[in-house]
Every structure is written in C-alpha cells, then in structure tokens.
Design a protein around this ligand. Structure first.
Ligand code: GLN
Length: 265
C-alpha cells in the first residue's frame, strides 16, 4: 500500500494544505477547524496522489529554498540540499571583498550554487555551466526571478566550452553516487536526473575528470572546491594531491560528515 513515511507525514500534509489554501504555516496551524471547500478538494487530492506516488515535494511545488533564496526546480534539475550550503560558505570565505573575482560553477543545475554566490557578492563575475539545456533554462529563469545580473550561463560539458578561460574559484556539486548504489532507487533520488547523481562504478568518475582539468582553468592561487559523498573524502584528497593541488582540505557538514573538499592551485 502507498503511504507517507510516518516520521514526516504530518509536516508533508501540512505543506500540501498550505499549497492548496495559499496560506502560511502560522495561518494553517492557527485554524485547525477549517475544512477544505468543495472547490479545493480536487486540487488537494491531486497533490496527495502525486506525493503518495513518491514524487518529491520540491517537484510538486516546483520550488525549494536554498541559502535563503527560493529556487524554481523541475525534474531536469537536482533538488538543492541543505548540506550544499556548506560549499557556498566555503566559497564566500575565499572571495576577497573588494578585488575582481571570477567564479565558475560546474554543473549548475537549478543554479543553486552559482546564484547564491552571485547574490551574496554583487561584485563577483560568476559563470555557471551545465551540459543540460533544460537545466540551463531553469537556472536562467531563477537568475531572472531573483534579479541576479552578475551570472553568465553557458552550455558546457564540464570544461568543454571554456577553452582559454581562467577563474579564481571553481565550485561544483557534481554527480558522485556509485551507479550501482541502492539509494538511487529510493526516495527523492528516483525522480531526480540520473546524470546529476550517478558517476561510474565508484561514483568518482566526474570528480576525477574535474580535478584533472581544473588546474588549466585556475589562476595562480585559485581554489577548486567541490561536494562529494560521505565516504569519499580520503580518496578525493589523494586525487587532489596527485594532481598537484596545495592546501588540500576537507570540511564537515552539520551532520559531522566530511562533505566538501578542495585544494589550491
Ligand atoms: N549545483 C546544483 C546544486 O547544487 C546542481 C548539482 C547537480 O545537479 N549535481 O543543487
């Protein structure tokens, strides 16, 4: 039988009701006696049917909050995760306040990383690339909606469209799940683009590719920072050192997991 997870069912139903009734959470909780009107019931039934079929809440609503900003998301884009905010924090800490700075986001998806950085640092030039045209469309719409002008969106498979370009900071939340990992068949991941999630037998194919090519696109002293899986930190630090990166480090997310690693050119 189809059922919601009992630990989150209440909050999920409240979210669906908020969406149908166009009310805030405070309003919803303040009116527990309110019944759905006849004209509201079909819409609620439809949203509940989709959720029971496993569709992620973020796709049902068409948006997700990340780093304090609202991002449009579609099945063409990964759903931004809270742990990825760590990568934004680490990136912002490496952007000098008043000097020109060129930032590159590889695999921008909805634009969560690129647009959060561009929004926080209006003086920075951000380039966001993705191999998916559909994802780029979503990122473009997010830039417009959020009124962010300091982002250039380009179609590029990692560095393929960036010949001769150099950056001070390269960030990425690449696919890093092993292609055979059972998690890909569970929860929200079933509905997200496989190309944004899975990367070869050990999940490190794209990270290897990015590390191998990044140095040629970094200015002297420039940083490469990227997210990876919960058990990949040791391996990616090794790959970074072998590629000649200095100041190699990993940082822990709020759950205490080494989630982002990086190095300096
Ligand atoms: N950069 C986007 C994010 O962090 C998309 C990442 C991806 O699709 N792997 O949400």
């Amino acid at each position: 039988m189809l059922a919601l997870d009992s630990s989150s069912a209440r909050i999920e139903i409240q979210c669906l009701l908020q969406q149908v009734l166009h009310v805030s959470r405070v309003h919803l909780l303040g009116h527990p006696d309110r019944f759905l009107q006849d004209f509201e019931q079909p819409r609620y039934n439809e949203l509940l049917r989709r959720r029971l079929a496993g569709e992620p809440i973020a796709y049902i609503f068409g948006e997700r909050e990340f780093f304090g900003l609202k991002f449009k998301v579609t099945p063409a884009t990964l759903i931004p995760r809270p742990e990825t905010e760590l990568l934004v924090d680490l990136a912002l800490a490496r952007i000098p306040p008043r000097e020109p700075c060129r930032v590159l986001d590889l695999g921008a998806g909805s634009g969560a990383l690129a647009l959060s950085i561009a929004h926080a640092r209006a003086g920075v030039d951000v380039t966001a690339v993705d191999a998916s045209q559909d994802a780029l469309e979503v990122a473009r719409e997010n830039a417009l909606r959020l009124g962010i002008g300091n982002v250039r969106l380009l179609s590029s498979d990692w560095f393929s469209g960036l010949a001769g370009e150099h950056f001070d900071l390269i960030v990425s939340n690449p696919p890093y799940i092993a292609a055979t990992d059972a998690h890909l068949e569970q929860g929200d991941l079933r509905f997200e683009p496989r190309t944004a999630l899975a990367s070869g037998t050990d999940g490190l194919d794209d990270i290897r590719r990015i590390i191998a090519q990044a140095k040629a696109h970094l200015n002297p002293g420039g940083w490469l920072l990227f997210e990876h899986g919960y058990d990949q930190a040791v391996a990616v630090r090794e790959i970074l050192r072998e590629a000649g990166f200095g100041e190699v480090f990993s940082a822990r997310d709020l759950a205490g997991i080494e989630r982002v690693s990086g190095g300096r050119n």
